[in-house]
Design a protein around this ligand. Structure first.
Ligand code: ACM
Length: 538
């Protein structure tokens, strides 16, 4: 009897501690209470962050900056064991032999020590993101922060975890881009897809071709309201990033283990380019303008003429872009090119004939192949939207599947890497609610649909499934005019995205996720993030 009572009591204790496991998003692979679960680690003004090597400085600094910003507590960072001897220390330890997965880490919280280990600085950075989520969501004065005793071992499910931002329809300054990168970092994402060019504005300085920004980064108005709109505001709108600013953003992202993939759109979505350099269009004498209205692409003459001069120009642009961005991957767009412009252009038709190309899909394929060859010659790889499958995929291209999953499935079957970003599940510019409070794209994408998305299509066999490199959320900015609106559209769908891409499939649980979101919202309150508050009551 006694032993049964002890057994039941024991179970109760276990259940009780399990119920108190901290709310971490994305859900870690393994998490359990520490050996002495009642213990807690205290962070106060005497706590130091001890790093085993200077390569861990960006992670230590990230943690110290966070604790200072939100709790007004300044922690010392040191790599001197002596200096940490008598203090409660947060020990960040690199050991290359620890794990083969460079993104894997552990966090172990004891009474006097908080230990985090990984085999790379990137793994340590993810440990720091988890430590941040172990911090209390309320602040006290003077700050004294308690962290529960906990053991975590964690690593990501997918290698590619991305988030995109369109800065062409609306422009966001460097300060906000850095904030956005921080948001991705908190969620353990590792790629930021920067959509830098489109019909509505060219946003990156290209020194050899200055008109791309002096002309191409400005439009003379924007439509009012939901497309097709109720008029035009007639307000000149624009902006661009200088190469110095781009370098600053790249460095900032690198310190957060985020790779930036620049996107330079071609052959379509090129109205801004054509406004600056009309000679590269299919109707060079036309007065092209930077687009002022969203949607329907084939109403515009926005396709580049595939002449040698156009390729030379694009190569010069891409050379500057590739010299700036350390990313191995360059996104070349490839989407939504209407074939009518090539069909009715004598020059395009002559180019097709001269190259034995039988139709306009073949011309699209010729275009992308030629660009791929150039990009590959510089040691880089192209990524394109799934239209790059039309007429035959370029040999080394990575496909971003946005028109559903069929492009991704076809590419995986052809042994090409795939990033899943189907419009109906991964476009965070779609409305979160049937009726939104603000002007939003008319499609509907609630949080649960995002959370339930499974990036590996069931039709793929085990071998083919290996080509699903990961997934990405996209934010197109037609109706996203300011940073607060970006945050409103992003949160909490970014939380759901991070769990799809990081956490083990079998650990996904929407009810549990919703519970953890409550804590996350309190953290967002602390950080003054403008998340979508309607989810508070759901
Ligand atoms: C896209 O949404 N046109 C990629």
């Amino acid at each position: 009897m006694k032993s049964l009572l002890t057994f039941v009591f024991g179970l109760l204790i276990i259940n009780n501690t399990e119920a108190q496991l901290p709310a971490i998003i994305p859900q870690p692979v393994q998490m359990r209470p520490g050996l002495f679960p009642q213990d807690k680690f205290t962070i106060d003004k005497n706590t130091v962050i001890l790093i085993s090597e200077t390569s861990l400085s960006p992670s230590a600094k990230f943690l110290a900056d966070y604790i200072f910003k939100y709790y007004n507590l300044k922690l010392k960072i040191t790599n001197d064991l002596e200096a940490a001897k008598n203090a409660h220390s947060i020990n960040l330890v690199l050991n290359q032999k620890l794990y083969t997965d460079i993104e894997k880490y552990f966090v172990s919280v004891l009474k006097n020590q908080l230990n985090a280990g990984a085999s790379s600085p990137q793994g340590i950075f993810y440990a720091v993101q988890t430590i941040i989520q172990l911090l209390p969501v309320e602040t006290t004065e003077p700050a004294q922060l308690y962290i529960p005793s906990i053991d975590i071992i964690d690593y990501p499910r997918f290698a590619y975890r991305g988030m995109h931002l369109d800065v062409s329809r609306h422009f966001f300054d460097v300060a906000f881009i850095k904030k956005y990168i921080d948001y991705l970092a908190y969620h353990k994402l590792n790629n930021f897809h920067w959509h830098l060019t489109d019909d509505h504005g060219w946003r990156i300085e290209i020194k050899k071709h200055p008109k791309l920004t002096s002309i191409g980064s400005w439009r003379n108005g924007s439509i009012i309201g939901l497309y097709p709109g109720t008029g035009n505001d007639g307000i000149r709108y624009g902006g661009f990033y200088t190469q110095e600013e781009v370098k600053e953003v790249i460095k900032y992202a690198a310190e957060r283990y985020i790779n930036i993939i620049p996107e330079i759109e071609m052959p379509a979505h090129s109205m801004a380019l054509l406004a600056a350099y009309p000679q590269f269009g299919t109707e060079p004498n036309k007065k092209y303008e930077v687009a002022q209205t969203w949607g329907i692409f084939n109403k515009f003459n926005n396709v580049l003429q595939p002449t040698d001069q156009t390729f030379k120009f694009l190569e010069e642009v891409l050379t500057e872009v590739m010299n700036l961005f350390p990313s191995k991957y360059i996104h070349i767009g490839g989407d939504e090119g209407s074939k009518i412009w090539w069909k009715q252009s004598t020059v395009s038709q002559q180019i097709m004939k001269a190259n034995g190309i039988k139709d306009e899909s073949g011309l699209q394929s010729y275009f992308i192949h030629r660009i791929e060859k150039f990009v590959n010659s510089k040691g880089k790889t192209i990524i394109g939207w799934d239209e790059i499958l039309d007429g035959g995929l370029a040999p080394n291209a990575i496909v971003m599947s946005w028109r559903g999953e069929k492009g991704g499935i076809a590419a995986a079957k052809q042994k090409h890497k795939v990033i899943m970003t189907p419009e109906d599940m991964m476009y965070f510019n779609h409305s979160q609610f049937v009726k939104d409070d603000s002007l939003t794209a008319a499609k509907y994408l609630p949080l649960k649909t995002v959370y339930d998305y499974e990036p590996v299509p069931a039709v793929l066999n085990t071998e083919e499934a290996k080509y699903i490199w990961g997934g990405q959320g996209n934010l197109w900015s037609e109706y996203i005019t300011n940073p607060a609106k970006v945050e409103y559209m992003l949160f909490p769908r970014l939380d759901a995205l991070s769990e799809i891409l990081w956490s083990p499939k079998e650990k996904k649980n929407y009810t549990d996720f919703q519970k953890r979101l409550k804590t996350q919202f309190k953290r967002y309150d602390l950080m003054k993030v403008n998340y979508s508050k309607r989810y508070l009551v759901n």
